[in-house]
Design a protein around this ligand. Structure first.
Ligand code: BTN
Length: 279
């Protein structure tokens, strides 16, 4: 591990957020893999933050990979399940809580920069701060473009949960693989100037802590936020689930993170699946 801590102010992260210790990597396969390995060590204090300047094997849900060019923000948090009343069954709601936190962080950052729009070289309509939304189950979008992906992982018998987050911050999509350019977005592309990744990180961590506290106290927060923050709200959605496709109108998100679809058969709860389309 090469010391690149000058690019992130580790002391400031520990002083200003709920994170107790930080590991910074210049290059690593996947911060989630590292976090899962460390999570097995009961001596390691939590919340622990694993940060990477560059991932060579960033993972997404299923077989997906996560592209993170130079300037992206990629990190994983190791959380104690008992400290936050979390269990692996709560993974869907943990991912949505983290998504809401990133969404609020980015909305606040872009509001300070009211000129933000999708730049002319990007195909598609312009986007504004209020277009920053959460797409169930684990994405944050600007308009219809992916800004952030979240991967929550837990292992049976391990009293820890790992929350991996990738945010496109200063990695312009101009440098991205062609197949991503029409589907993803980066903050540098919409705010026309590079952002301080350390600042983005600290703001996101504070929002994540606030969301986890709401979860722990069972304060209903998803239903309260979904209408304003959910990309699928009111849409006709097709979800590919393990049991086959489900099509219906999205009428909400339950407090356990299940997507609620009004289908021909009535209201169906979907806890996991891939959004195949939404209109
Ligand atoms: C997805 O879009 O399916 C989730 C992407 C999650 C990417 C982040 S980047 C930091 C952490 N380490 C990984 O290998 N994946 C997550």
């Amino acid at each position: 591990m090469q010391d690149v801590s000058e690019s992130f102010d580790v002391e400031r992260i520990v002083a200003e957020t709920f994170v107790r210790s930080v590991e910074v990597h210049d290059e690593i396969g996947s911060t989630n893999d590292r976090a899962l390995a460390l999570a097995k060590n009961s001596e390691i204090g939590t919340p622990l933050l694993i940060l990477a300047e560059r991932q060579t094997g960033g993972r997404g849900r299923g077989a997906n990979r996560w592209w993170s060019g130079p300037g992206s923000l990629t990190f994983s948090l190791v959380l104690s399940t008992s400290d936050w009343s979390l269990t692996s069954e709560r993974s869907p709601v943990i991912a949505l809580t983290a998504g809401l936190a990133v969404c609020e962080t980015v909305r606040a950052l872009l509001c300070k920069d009211s000129g933000s729009v999708i730049p002319p070289w990007m195909p598609g309509p312009p986007a504004h701060p209020s277009d920053v939304i959460v797409k169930w189950p684990n994405d944050v979008l600007i308009g219809r473009r992916k800004l952030c992906g979240i991967l929550v992982e837990a292992r049976a018998g391990l009293p820890r949960v790992v929350v991996g987050i990738g945010i496109n911050v200063n990695n312009s999509l101009q440098d991205a693989p062609p197949e991503l350019r029409g589907r993803a977005v980066s903050l540098v592309d919409v705010s026309s100037r590079p952002l301080d990744r350390g600042e983005v990180l600290i703001r996101a961590l504070r929002q994540i802590e606030a969301g986890l506290e709401r979860l722990r106290e069972n304060r209903e927060h998803l239903q309260q936020y979904w209408q304003e923050h959910c990309a699928l709200a009111g849409c006709i959605v097709r979800i590919d689930t393990a049991a086959g496709p489900v099509v219906g109108r999205c009428i909400g998100i339950a407090e356990d993170g299940a997507l609620l679809l009004q289908t021909e058969r009535g209201t169906e709860r979907i806890l996991s699946g891939v959004v195949a389309s939404y209109e």
